[in-house]
Design a protein around this ligand. Structure first.
Ligand code: NAD
Length: 270
């Protein structure tokens, strides 16, 4: 007997689905039986994956969607209702990074990061909630960051991801009555993403050094957690944060750890 997929019968919309983590989530969700709507402002990779999923016998569509535009969300809701008969999962994954400190950030950069990383997921959530209610409930997964748990050099990025954590809690509190669960996921550094590619080699190396597992994550390692939150396996989980950071934020003071390790090795060397 073939085991049913973990998302069998569900329709999932993933934003930023042409990028590293979004692509991995779309592929994994389709493999687990979901019908997937891939959405992004960069069209080619998402379109290609949607085509591949359909060729394999799955259900998928690509939609050009800028998360900051309410009209695009209205279109997405119409597509989900008309072509797929509803919506049970939204992954607010689209995002941009900015590493500019507060004394240097321009109003324009601040506004753009907040619009895409924070206002976009809020507009999206607002747009899909009634459809999720009509679809028998659902799960919203907000891709935040460890930048929402500790400090981050980019003030706008940190503010946007802390804000998204707040949107998650506020929504979770309000919409259980519609059967909607809302959680956030907090990755540290993820390779094979546009975001990691545009970090300086020094920033990447410093990050890796600070991560106890001593490497960055693969997109699939984040997608596996998102899958759990999207599926009914997490039916009792709402308003929660899953930190997927190789131990980075829970280890305490990595610097102290490094100093102690250093002293230990020096003593051994004597
Ligand atoms: N890569 C990392 O190290 C890392 C770490 C922590 C959190 N994150 C978060 O993970 C999420 C996914 O990023 P990624 O790592 O896959 O990077 P990525 O740059 O590969 O993907 C981001 C995607 O979002 C899309 N996007 C940007 N602006 C958009 C808009 N206005 N509307 C719709 N789509 C838009 C991009 O085109 C891209 O495809 C982001 O929210 C990011 O902040 C990433």
């Amino acid at each position: 007997m073939v085991k049913p997929g973990r998302l069998q019968g569900k329709v999932a919309l993933i934003t930023g689905a042409s990028g590293g983590q979004g692509l991995a989530e779309a592929e994994l969700f389709a493999a687990e039986g979901a019908a997937v709507i891939l959405a992004d402002v960069i069209d080619a990779p998402g379109k290609a994956l949607a085509r591949k999923i359909v060729e394999r016998g799955g259900r998928a569509a690509y939609l050009h969607l800028d998360v900051t535009k309410a009209a695009h969300w209205t279109r997405a809701v119409k597509l989900a209702r008309r072509e797929f008969g509803g919506l049970q999962v939204l992954v607010n994954n689209a995002g941009i990074v900015s590493r500019t400190p507060v004394a240097e950030v321009t109003d324009r950069e601040w506004a753009r990061v907040i619009a895409i990383n924070l206002t976009g997921p809020m507009i999206g959530t607002r747009a899909v909630l009634p459809l999720m209610r009509d679809s028998g409930g659902g799960s919203i997964v907000n891709i935040s960051s460890t930048a929402a748990l500790v400090g981050h050099p980019g003030v706008a990025y940190a503010a946007s991801k802390w804000g998204l954590r707040g949107v998650t809690k506020a929504t979770a509190l309000q919409y259980l009555r519609w059967g909607v669960r809302v959680n956030s996921v907090h990755p540290a550094q993820v390779v094979e993403t546009g975001m990691a590619a545009n970090a300086s080699p020094a920033f990447r190396a410093a990050n890796r050094q600070a991560i106890p597992i001593a490497r960055a994550a693969w997109p699939l390692e984040i997608a596996q957690c998102v899958l759990f939150l999207a599926s009914d396996e997490s039916s009792y989980v709402t308003g929660s944060e899953i930190v997927v950071d190789g131990g980075a934020t829970s280890i305490g003071f990595p610097h102290v750890r490094n100093v102690l390790a250093d002293q230990y090795h020096r003593r051994k060397g004597k």
